[in-house]
Design a protein around this ligand. Sequence first.
Ligand SMILES: Nc1nc2c(ncn2[C@@H]2O[C@H](COP(=O)(O)OP(=O)(O)O)[C@@H](O)[C@H]2O)c(=O)[nH]1
Ligand SMILES: [Mg+2]
Length: 269
Amino acid sequence: MSQLQRDDGVDAGETDTDDGTGRATVDSDAAAQSGTEPSTGTDGEFTFDDVTVVMGTYNEEAAIGAVLDDVDRVTDGRANVVCVDGSDDRTPEIAREHGARVIEQEPQGYGVAVRAAVLAADRPVVVTTDCDDTYPMEALPEFLDLVNDGADVVSGDRITPGADAMPAFNRQGNRAFALLASGLMGERVYDTTTGMRAYRREVVQEITWTENTGLSAELLVRPLMRGYDVREVPIEYDERKGETKLDPLAGGAAIAKSIVKVCLEERRR
Ligand SMILES: Nc1nc2c(ncn2[C@@H]2O[C@H](COP(=O)(O)OP(=O)(O)O)[C@@H](O)[C@H]2O)c(=O)[nH]1
Ligand SMILES: [Mg+2]
């Protein structure tokens, strides 16, 4: 049974390497185990000291400084940051200058990078974002509040507020992906391909992730279909700095295929 709810309302410059295989464990009764991570906040609540912000970065030198400055400003420098980087520009240097931990990885696609990034997070609340200055880091306090309210996954919904800055083709595609996933899950979702979410770390550690371009949809669908408390929250979406790394046609086909595959796998579990 799914539990979607609408809610309208740094470590210094280390370098790791990663072979891109990721790490995953087989899920048992995952939902029953969620919410058990100890907190360092007052009243048992998570604070930004409990948050790791993670992202895949691939030639994002035009955007990464602004993204990391925003994370620092909004969290008072308390969240730490992990970048899984495949760049051949200055992105990793800029990330390290901003105090992020950089894991170097050959470029193998969005999901290979982001899976390694979420699994590398060392704090109980894991936030994903793109490194293109499209997502509002100002929403981080609201995301954290919702986790403290009991959410296992908080998903930024760009589509409901309009996503005017998104190319029209992508916006229509993203609407279609959400409808497809909603039909297959029997639960209405509005944005399956958003890059900005917060997760309790147990959720990302307990599920085996299989998708690459479709990882963003998988990161929403599998927790939802396993009964985790998943909440969508409307967010603004800005124009991208730098070039997109995703081909809309090939990428779109891969995402649709992932949604069908993952939904059918979860129904058969
Ligand atoms: N390390 C790594 N990061 C990637 C790769 N592909 C995409 N990314 C990053 O993943 C994020 C999402 O890609 P993006 O181009 O913004 O996709 P879009 O939002 O669909 O246009 C960005 O921060 C990219 O830099 C890759 O092969 N390797
Ligand atoms: Mg993006």
